[in-house]
Design a protein around this ligand. Structure first.
Ligand code: HEC
Length: 215
């Protein structure tokens, strides 16, 4: 029997098209189809937080942290949100970050994202939002705030004060101290406040040991 090449090609194409369409229809949409060396794709390891029946002390593949565990950088703030806590913060809290241009620069970036719209670029309380507030924020360099201790700033950023809301959920503890370094430059202080000066005085011999490079 002589097969007409033309019909043979046409027939094969038609068969291919039909089987192609049919295969789409029947295929499980979640199936990856044919896989080359499936072991390479489907590793026996568990996904993080996936459910396991392997261990009985937890349903999750990863172990639960020990009760009372505190994530790094999330030490709870224990001072109370009242005038006692505020006063204590002013007397006892000090910036753990060094006073370096790098930290101040990072604080400036945070200030530009979270504070500038109320406090204004120069900290005069004249940000676009600040001006609309019934009582705009006082200037950092004004009489009310120019001697404000850094601990009180931390307290206010953490809990909020008056029309300023809490920033504890937006800024980590470290970020709060960074932005405080920048706010201090806006307080217009060339000299460190009395308390900080005393701390700096204590630190002098150490600074000398490091070749006076500590700032
Ligand atoms: C919604 C506007 C608003 C935003 C945003 C805002 N503030 Fe304030 N801030 C205020 C107002 C209003 C006050 C005055 C509060 C008062 O004394 O009643 C204030 C007060 C302060 C004070 C003085 C606190 C004190 O203890 O007297 C500091 C420091 C301060 N803000 C820093 C910041 C920093 C840093 C940010 C950004 C992380 C920020 N603020 C974001 C409105 C704002």
């Amino acid at each position: 029997m002589k097969i007409n090449l033309k019909y043979f090609v046409l027939g094969s194409v038609a068969l291919a098209v039909v089987s192609f369409m049919a295969s789409c229809d029947k295929m499980d949409p979640n199936s990856p189809g044919v896989e080359y060396m499936p072991d390479m794709y489907r590793s026996p390891s568990y996904e993080t937080n996936s459910i396991t029946t392997f261990r009985h002390d937890t349903v999750s593949t990863n172990r639960l942290p020990v009760a009372g565990t505190i994530a790094r950088g999330y030490m709870p703030y224990t001072l109370t949100n009242d005038s006692t806590g505020y006063g204590l913060a002013g007397r006892t809290l000090h910036n753990p970050l060094p006073n370096t241009p790098e930290i101040t620069e990072q604080g400036k970036v945070i200030y530009g994202k979270f504070c500038v719209h109320c406090h204004g670029a120069a900290g005069m309380g004249d940000g676009k939002v600040g001006l609309k507030l019934p009582g705009p924020p006082p200037a950092y360099s004004g009489d009310a705030l120019k001697n404000l201790p850094e601990g009180k700033m931390f307290h206010t950023i953490t809990y909020g004060k008056g029309l300023m809301g809490s920033h504890a959920s937006q800024l980590s503890v470290e970020d709060r101290w960074k932005v405080i370094r920048y706010v201090q430059t806006l307080q217009g202080k060339k000299e460190a406040p009395a308390e900080a000066a005393a701390v700096a005085e204590d630190a002098k011999p150490i600074a000398k040991k490091n070749g006076g490079k500590n700032k």
